[in-house]
Structure formats: C-alpha cells, structure tokens
Design a protein around this ligand. Structure first.
Ligand code: SAH
Length: 341
C-alpha cells in the first residue's frame, strides 16, 4: 500500500486518524496547524507532539513536498514558478501582485484532458490529478519564497479543477479553515470549462467561492469548435446549470470570454452573449486571447474588444477587460506548461 499524504486530510479526517492511533483529538488540531499554518515539512519540526507519535506518523504517513525547479520574474512583477512534485512531475504556479494584495494562480492537475484548442496546458493530455496537499503546497511554498501573505486564490492554472473534484474541494476547505491559512472563500475563484454535473454537485456544497465559467463562445455549434467539452454538454445545458448554481448559492457567476479575432468577436456574438446572461447576476471578463504555439488564433483588435465591452454594457451586462500580466514570461492564461515538459 502506498503511503498517504497527511497534508491532504481535512481536520475531521485527521482527527479520526490520530485518535485511531490512541492520541487525544486536540493533538490532531496541533498537527493540522503545523501543516497548514506553519507549513511544516517534516514531523520532526512538530516539537510539541510526543516523540513516539511523531515516529509512528513518519512510518505511516508522509508530508508532500514541492521544490522550485525554476522561477521567472516578469517586468510587471508577476512571478512564475515551475514546481517539482515528489514524483518528479512538474506544475506551474503564478503569483500576481495587485494593489489590493497578492493573488496566486494554482494548478489542479499535471496536464489536462479537456482539449480546448486555444490552451497550452492541454496540448499533451493529462498525466494525473494533484492531491489536495499538492495544491496547498503551491500556496505555502510561494508565500515562503516571497516572504509575504497571499490574499487571493484563483484555481485557473494547469488542469480542470472539476475533473479533480474531491481534491479541489478539500483544498478549498483546508485553505479557508480557521486553523489553516484562513483565506476567506470570498477570495477564492474556481474556473471551469463547464463539466455540467459537477456544477450541480458543487452548488450543493454551498461554498462561498466565486465560480468562473470559461464560456468563450455563444452557441453550441461554435463552442464545439474550440471547446470539446461542448460535445458532452450544450451551451444551453451549461447556462441552465449556471442559473441553478446562482439560485442555490446566491453567488454571482463570473464568465471568462477570450476574444479571438474573427472567431467570437462580432456584434452578433455580443448580442447572443447578453441574451444568454439575461436576468442572471453575472460578470463578464473579456480576455484578449494569448498566443500559444501551434494554435492558429490571434487576439481581436483592441478597438474591437472595447466595442464588444460597450455593446455588452449597453445591453446591461457587466463586463471588464482583463489586464494582461506576465506575458513576457509566458505566464498569462493558457500559456502554462508548454515550455517545461
Ligand atoms: N480548466 C479551467 C481552468 C484553467 S484555464 C477552465 O477551463 O476554466 C483558465 C482560463 O484561461 C480559462 O478561462 C481558459 O479558458 C483561459 N485560457 C486558456 N487558454 C487561453 C489563451 N490562450 N488565452 C486566453 N485565455 C486562455
């Protein structure tokens, strides 16, 4: 049997395990704080835990580790990390500096199997899911490296978080727990290409996070061309799931819309988008598509993007144009993973 990563366990699960070893429940709280508040990387560091228990723990469990393989700093201050996991696989994490604080973009899988034609992360398929501890470690290792706290998290790095549902949810619960980093769920966004049954499942959990939907097209036919997930779930089914999500959670949904020249940037697209969002509490993020090797797409012209935004606003849709950070180090959306295989 392979060893289990102790930092992937939620507090209740840790309690169960620790009491099973004959220790008091509060000891689980101590270990949890060592792992998630202080970022302990070994059981030896946990000096207020009895030596015999520490020995038992290190025989039965491990603490997953991350090491920096490469670090690139953009002229706008964005940092891209190439982190190596315990098994040698690599993932990327991006740290963005804003006036309101540090925001981190974490990966949820090694590679991705969703196959969106404009995205670099999926070009070689999925290798494996990340454990919750491996998503958490991206935050801890980055905070340690910069010597500052992270205040916002976006699950928009490599991978599809809803294709790694349980671990993504465990990550959110642990990172937002008072005995952990206590990062408010309000400051966490989860981005998905739209795995419809998982959106319904997520709604039931009533988390306080922001759900971001990568929409990028306004009809099922058009979306099938760039986003294969649309073969499984139509745009109509996706929008129904979004309406249901808002109804159940009372949370506003954010829609990502990459602007691709000649593909999805016409007046009719803007009109259709407004119609899809009619009556919903939503926000649209317009993202000029970033160039990715081997993909034929180019960005819509700035004037076209601004006109698209104006059109949406006239139709009472809340829309902003996303700032492009880290382009000089290929850290922008869709550019991760390519250079480091
Ligand atoms: N799998 C998730 C999260 C990772 S992608 C999802 O699909 O949402 C994060 C965001 O970057 C998504 O909105 C994705 O569609 C977008 N993206 C991917 N490639 C891009 C590119 N080349 N230019 C701009 N945005 C891109």
């Amino acid at each position: 049997m392979s060893m289990i990563d102790i930092s992937s366990l939620q507090l209740e699960q840790l309690k169960e395990y620790i009491t099973g070893l004959g220790a008091k429940p509060f000891v689980a709280g101590q270990i949890y704080r060592w792992l998630h508040q202080r970022g302990a990387q070994s059981f030896d560091e946990m000096t207020d835990i009895s030596k015999s228990l520490r020995e038992k723990l290190s025989q039965q469990r491990y603490i997953t580790g991350l090491s920096i393989r490469k670090k690139q700093v953009s002229k706008d201050g964005t940092i891209k990390y190439l982190y190596q996991l315990s098994d040698g696989n690599c993932i990327e994490t991006v740290l963005m500096r804003y006036q309101h604080g540090n925001s981190i973009c974490v990966s949820s899988q090694v590679g991705c199997r969703m196959g969106c034609t404009f995205c670099a992360s999926t070009q070689h398929g999925k290798v494996r899911d990340l454990a919750a501890g491996e998503i958490l470690r991206q935050v801890y290792a980055t905070e340690k490296d910069i010597g500052e706290r992270v205040s916002n998290i976006v699950m928009m790095g490599i991978g599809e978080p809803l294709d790694n549902f349980d671990n993504a949810v465990a990550f959110i619960k642990i990172i937002s727990s008072p005995q952990g980093k206590n990062i408010s769920q309000r400051n966490i966004s989860l981005s998905t290409c739209g795995i419809v049954p998982r959106i319904y499942q997520l709604a039931q959990l009533k988390l306080g996070i922001t759900l971001s939907i990568s929409l990028h097209a306004t009809t099922t036919e058009k979306r099938k061309v760039t986003m294969p997930i649309t073969n499984a779930y139509s745009v109509e089914e996706l929008m129904q799931a979004c309406r249901d999500y808002t109804k159940t959670t009372n949370r506003r949904i954010s829609f990502e819309y990459s602007m691709i020249k000649g593909v999805n940037d016409t007046d009719e697209d803007a009109q259709r988008l407004a119609r899809l969002l009619k009556g919903m509490i939503s926000h649209v993020n317009l993202i000029p598509i970033n160039p990715v090797d081997g993909s034929p797409y180019t960005q819509s012209d700035d004037a076209v993007i601004r006109a698209f935004q104006k059109k949406l606003q006239n139709l009472h849709v809340n829309a902003t144009i996303r700032r492009r950070l880290g382009q000089d180090i290929s850290a922008a959306c869709g550019q991760l993973r390519n250079e480091n295989r």
